[in-house]
Design a protein. Structure first.
Length: 336
């Protein structure tokens, strides 16, 4: 459990409201609540970061974190990180002035459209190189969405037409719509469902689409945008293919992360920016990184960007977009 976003009704009261996050250790990575910086939005206002919480350790050792809010309107919204949903995606499409084509590649398990954006459809001659990008396999991992948003805006600003880019920004659309966190959830984590047969219908849809993409370009790189534990603050990093099982493939992937790390900048990148995902999950079926390797012999990077703080910098939407922009610039430069 991690993600939260809720509305507090205050009426006409001007009294301070105290928000208490109890049992904070039960959140994924909740060991240092002083690193959590939620966001707040009053009616018709913009999302803003709050400061550090008041940390309280109870007599039995349980820990809580709290914030005092001065209500400015009849209600306010309170969330772990800047939310990103279909409205934000529609704004991206609108503001990039038709660069991104929008297509429905299938339906979710609850009959919601799975939307893929593309700049080009490619051709069966596979005449151009290609990228395939996904985000929100874990539906509450919002910082990943804002990084992808910045990436896609930069691709549009550069007017890239010699590189085929396909992306599914809201892959766990049911979880997005319901406000779920979506990691290690039942009946099956979307990012652990990439086996054959796939263990989620959405994964089947994504597998079919990646094969279409592969047939219409020369695949260069896959990327999967995520967020880490709640309190992590050491910067952006990447999970690569298992180094012990696939040393040659890991080396190829690390060449990419070495270049990207230089471009992102020291304030945003972790000192340990290339990692192998060897931690245990409830499921040991393949993830997207493994699927890309098995089906296309394709290098894939799974990216983690903190929810609140990178090094000592509190992250805003502009910071996330800047990270995405710098990644896009690096990839375009190194593919050209």
């Amino acid at each position: 459990m991690l993600w939260f976003c809720f509305r507090v009704l205050t009426g006409n009261s001007s009294k301070q409201v105290k928000i208490i996050l109890k049992n904070v250790q039960n959140l994924l990575g909740g060991s240092k609540p002083e690193n959590i910086r939620p966001v707040i939005r009053h009616i018709n206002g913009k999302w803003q970061r709050l400061g550090a919480p008041q940390k309280t350790i109870l007599q039995d050792g349980r820990t809580s974190a709290s914030w005092l809010i001065d209500p400015a309107r009849k209600h306010f919204d309170f969330a772990l990180c800047y939310p990103y949903g279909t409205e934000d995606l529609n704004n991206l499409i609108k503001e990039t002035r038709g660069y991104w084509k929008q297509d429905t590649i299938g339906l979710s398990q609850k009959d919601r459209p799975l939307i893929r954006l593309s700049n080009l459809y490619g051709d069966l001659k596979r005449s151009k190189k290609g990228l395939y990008l996904i985000a929100r396999q874990h539906s509450g991992e919002m910082s990943g969405s804002w990084v992808l948003d910045g990436f896609l805006r930069e691709i549009a600003a550069l007017k890239v037409h010699d590189l085929i880019v396909w992306t599914v920004p809201l892959s766990n659309i049911d979880g997005v719509a319901k406000g779920d966190y979506g990691k290690d959830n039942f009946p099956y984590d979307l990012n652990r469902a990439w086996g054959k047969p796939p263990m989620r219908h959405e994964t089947l849809v994504l597998q079919n689409d990646t094969h279409r993409w592969n047939d219409r370009c020369k695949p260069v790189l896959g990327m999967d945008f995520h967020s880490p534990g709640a309190c992590e603050k050491d910067g952006t990093y990447f999970f690569l293919i298992n180094q012990n099982k696939y040393p040659a493939e890991y080396k190829k992937a690390k060449k990419w992360t070495d270049q990207i790390a230089k471009n992102i900048g020291p304030e945003y990148i972790s000192k340990e920016y290339s990692r192998s995902a060897t931690y245990k999950s409830r499921w040991e079926t393949p993830n997207f990184v493994q699927f890309c390797k098995d089906d296309f012999n394709l290098t894939c990077l799974s990216m983690e960007t903190p929810y609140s703080i990178s090094r000592d910098k509190v992250l805003t939407q502009d910071d996330y977009r800047l990270i995405g922009k710098r990644i896009a610039d690096c990839i375009v430069k190194n593919i050209a």
